[in-house]
Design a protein around this ligand. Structure first.
Ligand code: MNH
Length: 496
């Protein structure tokens, strides 16, 4: 299928010739003042039909994000495509390093809430992830919580990571058939973040299905995506779905609010050292004020939302890759075996697992579990000195496409953790690798996630043989995951 400038899309003719990139991307940027800037409509645009807009062109068995990646790979030279949605929005997705470099400039672009984030705000409110960049509560929570997530503070939460991992290992030792890896990684990361976040034990490995609270969360997240495909006038047809959604939100609020009230009733000396205590306790170093109970509820839900699927997907992709590649698996195992014991490693040992960590970095390059983020121009500006961008225009950054840009990643689809060895190969443009987002709205939980993922991957490959797996296909979920990933795991001989 070919794309075309939007002016021609309006005619409804679907057989235009392939789009030609307007100017080579090597054009010096400073020429912006002399060359006329091209309008946004010069960006290749998917056809727009009545009601369904470009939906027929967005189908992919592996989901919307997989389709966006495919489209941007077909239009590498243009570096961006426009996607008319049934909601009337027409977001632009940027997918090469050249154009993304401009969008990373915080002086000119800022995070805006678009797509699923608009709906996730229904239950994550003005928590860090779904707050508008200008909201006072974002600044306050950012100042209070950032120190709690620094690499130095993670050792407080390390015992929670170990405890959940032990439950996973016990579950795998009991397994009589192949395990459902995505479900098990989800149980693991949810249990870890709820234990570290608010000292709550969901004990997911002792239940056949996720706890009702976690099911409510999963359904609400799914609805925040499904709602995007629905033209607003069709909402009345989804009355039952919307009622369920409101009920799921109420379920989540009541559990979290109760946890907060129970904590406040306990004597201060008994408070566990988790994020909830930090939030109730620490005044904002800027204003001296504390977070409100309502805002704390939103932060807790935010940690659960932002902190489980992403890390679960990362671990599932890494395990899939190691199960496919026995030579690499042996190298990782050798690194972990060299610790010389079969106990749970200490956090210091985990931080020294260099290859294991690089496997995770390379996994996040090929399958970034937050595949896109949205920015908008603070004032009229341009991309690569050639495309005019009006103030407020939302731009999606397709991180997965930037991560496969062949101008900075040779043989981009090959899995090679040694790309992340220190040395001259690391001299890449900043926009080449952004799995944790950009600037002041970048991921608060990145150290937490990487420590947790390194610990878990290391212990799982040390203690279990991984059975054979078919080649990777993706589930069509927002945060990508391997599809139908069942793995035969057997305790490794000699492992304790
Ligand atoms: Mn996380 C923001 C990726 C794990 C908490 N996270 C982001 C963003 C990306 C991201 C990308 C930027 C979103 C945007 O610009 O709209 N996060 C990840 C990945 C992993 C991850 C790939 C795991 C792998 N994140 C975690 C964990 C936590 C967490 C674990 C919490 C325990 N993330 C956040 C929060 C934000 C965020 C909070 C919002 C930060 C802000 O806007 O101030």
């Amino acid at each position: 299928m070919s794309l075309k400038p939007e002016s021609r899309a309006a005619t409804g003719d679907l057989t235009f010739p392939a789009y030609n990139a307007p100017l080579p991307s090597t054009e010096p940027r400073m020429n912006a003042s002399t060359d006329p800037l091209l309008p946004l409509s010069s960006i290749p645009t998917l056809p727009r039909l009545p009601v369904v807009a470009s939906m027929p062109w967005l189908y992919h068995p592996e989901g919307f994000m997989a389709r966006m990646l495919q489209l941007l790979e077909q239009h590498r030279d243009a570096g961006a495509i426009r996607v008319p949605l049934p909601t009337g929005h027409s977001p632009i997705f940027v997918g090469n390093v050249d154009l993304a470099t401009d969008v990373l400039d915080e002086a000119r672009f800022e995070k805006v809430l678009e797509g699923p984030l608009v709906h996730i705000r229904d239950f994550a409110g003005d928590g860090l992830f779904t707050a508008h960049s200008h909201e006072e509560n974002w600044h306050r929570a950012h100042r209070i919580l950032t120190p709690g997530f620094s690499s130095a503070s993670i050792d407080r939460y390390y015992p929670a990571m170990v405890e959940s991992l032990q439950a996973l290992c016990a579950h795998w030792r009991r397994a009589t058939g192949p395990v459902d890896v995505v479900l098990d990684m989800t149980r693991l990361t949810l249990d870890t973040i709820s234990l570290a976040g608010f000292a709550h034990r969901f004990e997911s490995f002792d239940r056949p299905t996720l706890h009702p609270f976690l099911q409510a969360l999963a359904r609400a997240l799914q609805e925040s995506i499904d709602a995007l495909r629905r033209p607003p006038f069709l909402f009345p047809l989804f009355r039952a779905t919307r009622a369920r959604y409101r009920q799921d939100i109420a379920t989540m609020f009541s559990l979290v609010d109760e946890v907060i009230q129970q904590r406040k009733q306990r004597p201060r000396a008994d408070w566990p050292s988790d994020f909830l205590s930090l939030m109730l306790d620490a005044p904002d170093p800027g204003s001296g004020e504390r977070l409100s109970d309502e805002n704390i509820r939103y932060q807790i839900l935010t940690f659960l939302i932002a902190g489980h699927e992403t890390t679960a997907g990362l671990l599932a992709f890494a395990l899939h890759q190691l199960a496919l590649d026995p030579a690499l698996l042996q190298r990782v195992r050798a690194e972990v075996d060299a610790l010389g014991h079969g106990r749970m490693p200490s956090m210091k040992e985990v931080l020294g697992l260099d290859l294991t960590r690089r496997v995770l970095s390379e996994t996040l390059r090929l399958w970034p579990t937050v595949p896109a983020i949205t920015r908008a121009a603070r004032a009229d500006t341009s991309l690569a000195g050639r495309i005019r961008v009006p103030r407020g225009q939302p731009l999606g950054l397709l991180i997965s496409a930037m991560h496969r840009d062949p101008t900075v990643w040779p043989d981009p689809s090959r899995f090679d953790p040694d790309r992340f060895l220190p040395g001259p190969t690391r001299a890449r443009p900043a926009a080449a690798y952004k799995p944790f987002g950009v600037g002041k709205r970048a991921c608060t939980g990145r150290h937490f996630a990487l420590v947790e993922a390194t610990l878990c991957l290391a212990v799982l490959v040390r203690d279990f043989e991984l059975g054979p797996v078919p080649p990777l296909t993706l589930a069509p979920t927002v945060s990508p995951k391997p599809r139908g990933f069942f793995l035969r795991v057997t305790p490794r001989r000699g492992a304790t």
